[in-house]
Design a protein around this ligand. Structure first.
Ligand code: 5PN
Ligand code: ZN
Ligand code: ZN
Length: 268
């Protein structure tokens, strides 16, 4: 049995305003940030935590976020760089269903899809202020078809019938692979911790904490369902990191991203 490996798959970048990164604090101005997927090669199979954004979707629905993504920064492209194909992925776990975390799900046609039970429900009936966040529903062709503004027809979507497994609570879903509930940003948001043989555990905050600065200032992002709950989740992440001596990996932090080992390099 081989030891667990973690690869960070670069997904390109987007732009949002500084007041969205730091709620009610700013400063204003364009902030370009990375998006990425986390591939966990585990004895039980290959897990992909988040799948980045779909370039065509962002161009069509949120062009003001100025997407920059090369073919190498798509899920098929990034996997090819390490000798894999999307069909090699056994499980896709989504921290939440915002468009910048689930855009590549549709490529993983043979994977079982895992998320928090509340997240799947929320994506189907978003609050009025959540429509842009939940604008890419291609992770669930059933949901996408039910919407008034479906994406352009894509024959590939007819053969994509993902099987969903929903989870609740804090769970060790495979040995050393933990999901921790961190709601607030969305209803069913999960962060993931991976225990490795040769280093400290890696704790992927996802959008419960965009960046080191958000953590330092205990300042949440402006996209949230429940800001008070978001702040509680920030504290929970800080406590978990301390309790497990885990290293925090942030979802949208250009400065931290520069220091991370990216695929084809890996953590083990
Ligand atoms: C990157 C980004 N842009 C817009 C939104 C939104 O409206 O909800 C979440 C979100 C994002 O993560
Ligand atoms: Zn989000
Ligand atoms: Zn995000």
């Amino acid at each position: 049995m081989s030891d667990t490996k973690v690869y960070l798959l670069d997904g390109g970048s987007l732009v949002i305003d500084g007041f969205h990164v730091f709620w009610n604090r700013g400063p204003a101005g364009e902030v370009r940030f990375p998006t990425y997927a986390v591939l966990v090669e585990h004895a039980d199979g290959r897990y992909l935590f988040d799948t980045g954004y779909d370039f065509a979707h962002v161009q069509r629905v949120l062009p003001f976020e100025k997407p920059i993504q090369t073919p190498d920064q798509t899920i098929p492209g990034a996997l090819a760089k390490i000798g894999l194909r999307p069909s090699d992925i056994n499980y896709v776990i989504n921290s939440h269903y915002h468009f910048d975390h689930c855009g590549g799900n549709k490529h993983c046609t043979t994977a079982c899809t895992i998320c928090h039970a509340k997240e799947l429900e929320a994506a189907g009936k978003p609050q009025p202020f959540e429509h842009l966040g939940y604008s890419d529903l291609t992770f669930s062709p059933d949901l996408a078809k039910a919407k008034q503004n479906p994406p352009p027809p894509d024959p590939a979507m007819d053969i994509y019938t993902p099987k969903f497994e929903t989870v609740t609570g804090d769970q060790e879903i495979a040995k050393g692979l933990w999901l921790f509930e961190t709601p607030g940003h969305t209803a069913g948001h999960y962060s993931m911790m991976v225990e490795l043989k040769g280093r400290r555990p890696m704790l992927f905050t996802a959008d419960a904490c965009y960046s080191q600065k958000n953590m330092d200032m205990m300042c949440i992002s402006s996209f949230h369902l429940d800001p008070a709950e978001s702040v509680r989740s920030l504290h929970k992440l800080k406590d978990l990191a301390k309790q497990h001596d885990a290293e925090l990996f942030y979802s949208h932090d250009m400065e931290s991203w520069q220091t991370y080992i990216k695929a084809p390099g890996f953590y083990s």
